[in-house]
Design a protein around this ligand. Structure first.
Ligand SMILES: Nc1ncnc2c1ncn2[C@@H]1O[C@H](COP(=O)(O)OP(=O)(O)OP(=O)(O)O)[C@@H](O)[C@H]1O
Ligand SMILES: [Mg+2]
Length: 369
């Protein structure tokens, strides 16, 4: 296992479940790479194939199409023995902690260690004490799972996953059964351990509150990986469309109102928490929107306001010449889409170009296509 080998390389992976009568395509042509020390969060709607993908990466499920290399070892068509060897380098954390009730905490952990590099008696006990200490449960080593809270059981699950010093951690909804605070602790713990041991982490979650630990977020939709910006854009536009259809006048008013509030708060190039809270409070008072919707509308307005005030300031062009050229060409393409470019449309393009600090005279700036 050389240091440079990318721990996870997934290429063109497809997967389908065959339910006798029909075939259900779950993953289509999925490709991704995850480096050592990287924390990747995998999101996506229920049924989008997250668990299927993570169990394929973990060599827990037989592959059908494509290639997955874990630490350089190909899993497709690998022997059972080779798959087992790969699994030993991986720590698994599942939504259900899967502890055996009739074994103590120490015995539960040692069960998974016996699958790993066999440590004998006293050494194993020391290692178990060590990992339990890392998750803050040293005092509970000889208790039975029944005597632990949900969060504590989940942490035992993490200690067990770490016991073999894995180079990779695969976690499927590790915080799903936890309250907010225990969930946060569990995730912080995974993050610290990943940073300290240089392990790669792939974590499936529905929990938006923990997305910030990720170095990268991958979104599965219809069996394919989407970038997070595409995912956010599609759900945002869906929401705005809904809002528009529901109450067009209100939506228009809200958009203008939010933008104006945001512009004022951002006028000094800085929005602090008090200003942010003030805007939220006003928006909630003036609309039927929920807290989360207000936050979304605000984020949208902020990015729009920033985008308007960003370019051309301080003499630094905000976009590359290539971006500017494509930007302008696209504006022209839209103007021409109805077969006729009007004078007003040309004026609007010139205005936008000035606002954004584009050099309209540069060669190709107004070329279409
Ligand atoms: N053993 C199985 N047999 C047939 N279909 C299955 C099987 N396991 C999963 N599926 C189907 O495959 C699809 C993907 O399942 P998967 O468990 O990977 O989704 P998921 O993204 O993890 O969803 P969730 O967020 O609900 O856990 C679903 O439509 C599911 O019904
Ligand atoms: Mg799942």
């Amino acid at each position: 296992m050389s240091a440079e080998t990318t721990p996870i390389v997934v290429e063109n992976v497809g997967y389908e479940y065959d339910s006798g009568l029909s075939k259900h395509h779950v993953l289509r042509d999925v490709s991704l790479k995850i480096e050592a020390g990287e924390i990747v969060i995998l999101t996506g709607p229920s049924g989008s194939g997250k668990t299927t993908l993570i169990t394929l990466i973990g060599a827990l499920r037989a592959m059908q199409a494509g290639s997955i290399k874990i630490f350089g070892n190909e899993l497709h068509k690998a022997s059972q023995r080779a798959l087992m060897k790969t699994r030993r380098h991986i720590g698994f954390i599942f939504q259900q902690h899967n502890l055996l009730d009739y074994l103590t905490v120490a015995q539960n952990i040692s069960m998974s260690m016996s699958l790993g590099p066999g440590l004998s008696g006293a050494k194993a006990r020391t290692r178990i004490e060590e990992v339990l200490d890392q998750v803050g449960l040293a005092a509970h080593i000889d208790k039975y799972p029944d005597a632990l809270s949900g969060g504590q059981k989940q942490r035992v699950g993490i200690a067990r996953a770490l016991a073999n010093g894995p180079k990779m951690i695969l976690a499927d909804e590790p915080t799903a059964s936890l309250d907010r605070e225990s969930g946060r602790n569990v995730v912080n713990l995974i993050q610290t351990l990943c940073r300290e041991q240089g392990a790669s982490v792939v974590m499936v979650t529905h929990d938006n509150r923990i997305l910030d630990v990720a170095d990268r977020i991958l979104h599965l939709e219809d069996g394919q990986i989407q970038s997070i910006s595409a995912a956010v854009a599609s759900s945002t536009s869906q929401m705005l469309k809904l809002l528009n259809r529901h109450d067009p006048e209100a939506a228009h008013y809200m958009a203008a109102f939010t933008q104006a509030l945001t512009r004022v708060a951002l006028a000094d190039d800085n929005m602090d928490d008090q200003e942010r809270d003030a805007i939220k409070t006003i928006l909630i008072q003036h609309s039927d929107l929920q807290q989360s919707e207000v936050e979304l509308v605000m984020e949208m307005a902020m990015s729009q306001v920033r985008c308007r005030s960003l370019p051309g300031q301080g003499g630094t062009p905000a976009f590359t010449p290539e971006q500017s050229r494509k930007f302008l060409a696209s504006l022209h393409a839209v103007a021409a889409a109805d077969g006729d470019v009007s004078e007003q449309e040309l004026q609007e393009i010139a205005l936008i170009a000035r606002e954004l600090g584009f050099d309209v005279t540069s060669p190709g700036a107004t070329a279409s296509g």
